[in-house]
Design a protein around this ligand. Structure first.
Ligand SMILES: *Cc1c(COP(=O)(O)O)cnc(C)c1O
Length: 457
């Protein structure tokens, strides 16, 4: 019998595109801890959030009991331009590795933003539009979120102001121009245009910026500008909710061919893509219907799960956002420049943090050079040039497949290929020239980040 009964690419039909997002929190017995008001340290109310976020976004953020949220037709129609995304069987990689493992990856790079981020960008922009707003503000690290949001805003006719982490603004001029092409205003962060930006510049002259700091700037501008709200590309539970479309499609595709995942792997920046990918599988695990291993992969230079603390912390450097109980390195932690801009956030989504704390998910950290090695190995056999962020998941998927080679186990490994790396050629260039270095913060540097955390039980 032909070994390759399952197609290289499993495409779903438009009809199989999910009609609802799945809210994993509804199936958790031990829910993530509530967001706290930074002023009172009491659970935050929808009212207090309403100057920052859109009303529907707040409703989704605070709801940890409703299992399914209908995907509005306009969003679902937009999804049809680039979804359902294919689930790809990595036959070529399996052969190259000589592993008995079956490897699948869900490819989210099939749109101009080059990543999964468009899934939530269109949803958040839509809710802003429905509320009659003029525009939205946001931060972007690597630029994928800013690109996705500018695409969504252009589609819906909304203004889009992006604060881009300075190091990426300089390293990725092409990303910047894609955003401008879609009509967004892009400002390097920290900038002298905001109170918080000026404060950070004074305290750390010459800083390369951080996501936490860009968030503070974007929030300040949103709350001070009439008709604007702030939107965020990851970390929040509403974003993870929108990203559940990734996991739901993956599950439908596997079920269609009678395949059952053993291990689900994803890279973890703020946690939304991983949370979205694992959501329906984790739901089954929580309900006792099936068992899976889940692995979060993070960079050694920004190890929030593997070396962070599970505690309430500020979500942004300027301490204007609500406090979240999460695995964190401290909002003052500024990771060393590193080529996975999308994985530089100091904290982690509260749902994933709770699951990790409850022992339902594993986490590993990997070094930059080994990530690029895996990226190149993957690119040469599977064709797709992966984003450095996604390559964190590739690295661990390869490691797991090689373990299967040793033990002879025929495990099914599923990982999220969150995006493409066309805008990361500077990083690939450094790798090709042997100039890429590894960096992990010392214990002292980590302690410094912890020192700035609030003391809340
Ligand atoms: C933003 C980004 C990530 C990180 O995603 P999170 O949902 O924040 O964990 C991973 N891969 C790519 C390609 C990205 O653009």
């Amino acid at each position: 019998m032909d070994k390759k009964q399952i197609p290289y690419k499993i495409y779903l039909s438009e009809n199989e595109l999910p009609r609802e997002w799945y809210n994993l929190r509804a199936d958790m017995q031990n829910k993530p801890a509530p967001l706290l008001d930074p002023a009172t340290h009491k659970p935050i109310t929808a009212d207090a959030l309403s100057t920052v976020f859109c009303d529907e976004a707040i409703r989704q953020e605070l709801d940890d009991t409703t299992r399914f949220f209908k995907i509005p037709d306009i969003i679902r129609d937009f999804y049809k331009m680039y979804r359902p995304a294919p689930l790809i069987r990595a036959y070529c990689l399996e052969e190259k590795l000589g592993t008995p493992a079956k490897i699948y990856y869900k490819f989210e790079g099939n749109n101009t933003s080059g990543s999964h981020k468009l899934n939530s960008a269109i949803a958040q922009a839509y809710y802003a539009k429905m509320q009659g707003l003029k525009g939205v503000t946001t931060e972007t690290g690597a630029g994928q979120w800013g690109t996705a949001l500018s695409m969504a805003c252009a589609y819906l006719g909304l203004d889009c102001k992006v604060y881009m982490v300075k190091v990426s603004y300089e390293q990725k001029p092409h990303r910047r121009e894609v955003m401008k092409t879609y009509g967004a205003t892009v400002t390097p962060s920290p900038s002298p245009d905001t109170v918080v930006g000026r404060k950070i510049l004074a305290a750390h002259p010459g800083t390369s910026g951080s996501l936490g700091c860009a968030i503070s700037e974007a929030v300040e501008v949103a709350t001070n500008t009439d008709g604007y709200r702030y939107v965020l590309g990851s970390v929040l539970n509403q974003v993870m909710l929108h990203q559940s479309v990734i996991g739901l499609e993956t599950k439908t595709a596997l079920d269609k061919y009678g395949e059952k995942a053993d291990i689900v792997i994803g890279c973890a920046g703020g946690g939304s893509n991983l949370g979205g990918l694992i959501a329906p599988f984790m739901g089954e695990k929580l309900r006792g219907e099936a068992d899976y291993r889940f692995v979060a992969v993070e960079p050694a230079s920004c190890p929030s799960l593997t070396r962070g603390r599970y505690a309430y912390d500020y979500c942004d450097t300027g301490m204007v956002c609500p406090l979240a109980k999460m695995y964190t390195l401290g909002s003052g932690f500024i990771p060393a420049p590193h080529h996975s801009g999308g994985l530089r956030y100091h904290g982690m989504n509260t749902t994933l943090s709770a699951l990790y704390d409850q022992g339902l998910m594993e986490a590993v950290s990997v070094k930059q050079t080994e990530v690029f090695e895996a990226a190149v190995e993957f690119a040469r056999v599977e064709g797709i040039l992966p984003a450095p962020e996604s390559s964190h998941a590739i690295k661990v998927a390869i490691d797991e497949a090689l373990k299967c080679k040793e033990t002879g186990e025929e495990k099914t490994i599923v990982f999220g290929l969150t995006g493409t790396g066309y805008f990361d050629m500077l990083a690939y260039g450094k790798y090709n020239d042997g100039l890429l270095t590894d960096y992990a913060p010392t214990d002292e540097e980590i302690e410094k980040g912890f020192a700035g955390m609030p003391n809340i039980e």
